[in-house]
Design a protein around this ligand. Sequence first.
Ligand code: GLU
Length: 464
Amino acid sequence: MSLVTRFAPSPTGALHIGSARTALFNWLYARGRGGKFLLRIEDTDKARSTDTNTQAILDGLTWLGLDWDGEPTSQAANANRHAAVANELLAAGAAYKCFSTQEEIEAFREKARAEKTSTLFRSPWRDVPASDHPDAPYVIRIKAPRDGQTTLHDEVQGDVTWQNDQLDDMILLRSDGTPVYMLAVVVDDHDMGVTHVIRGDDHLANAFRQNMIYDAMGWNKPIFAHIPLIFGPDGKKLSKRHGATGAAEYQAMGYPAAGMRNYLARLGWSHGDDEFFTDAQAKEWFDLSGIGKSPARFDFKKLENICGQHIAAADDAALLQEIQNYLAATGAEGLTETQADGMLRGMHCLKERAKIMPELIEKAHFILTERPIAPDEKASKNLDDVSRGILGELTPHLQNASWSRDALEQVVASVAEAHEMKLGKLAGPLRAALAGRAVTPSVFDMMLVLGQDETIARLQDASA
Ligand code: GLU
């Protein structure tokens, strides 16, 4: 039996970071086991589902590199099939037509509240033979078990037991013939051959209701894994109060996708003490048994730390591509060919200690900017007359230097020494001249990336 997981977002909002984590777990589980990862858009709530949200979800998954197999399916498009299953259950006697009106149901509930009994609606039509049915609108309800209990095994929660008297004869098909969500999920999961349902534990109670449909249809049940929600650092459900909650916001802030995958994988799942790992390792290691029972806390510092490690470890060309994607996604101007070439040459020194794309781009300022360099306010302070004189003195030495790190270090050190200065004292003016900034990659790295002609020209500009 081949393994099939799925991600089934409702397009009633953009991709939440918690949903992205659910998608990631499903993706890792399938990808690590040669299975399939399917995408189903649960768009049955017509009033709240929008194409814009669907697109945002697809874009978010694409940014995160969570590729799905085949085309995304639309749950709403399967409504006929869902209705057919409701009718099958009706024909088999596992479901029944209920003619109770909204007012009758309300009256039932009010009475139950007054008598302090269960407000779960008990339809009087459950056992009425068809010959006694009126010619009136009806809904189709499932015949829920009335006593005993149901135990479901969950890969995360263990055995979970539910009292059957807490289950109601839920509606499968509304009076207008439209199927309810609970039915649609089960039919779609069955038809798509889903073997593992990995989703938020806010759906755990639904599993017991869905279980009735599996039983009534005699279908194989998937393996369930209900994962705890994500909390903020204060132990409360993650919300805007804590920081960004949308995947798109992290993309816009320039977090690297590999770092996000790594960090999100660690939110609620662990493999020993491993914090930093590659996709290949995550796919190999990911297992439902590594998912914790208690909610994970979102730690923004940890996210940054992991992202920094991924940027440092990234392949230079892939990182350049990610920077370009980032610029395109945020509507910024793209890199020219010269800028892209320069960034590729300089990537080795840019990616040290950068956690997000904007930091990489800021470090690359010396590559992206053009002569004459306009120093910013802080950098200007490092360019007084004395230091400009020294920069001027440096240029003939650089003209004769071989363009290696050792040679450059020697040249700069000897000029500094001639002025009885520490080498570090020259760094400020050099940063200002080469990059127009007070904070830059190392001056020797910049010189090597810029090359001899450009370095000398910039120093001449600054000393003129
Ligand atoms: N559409 C549901 C949601 O977005 C997921 C349902 C499921 O995974 O079974 O929360």
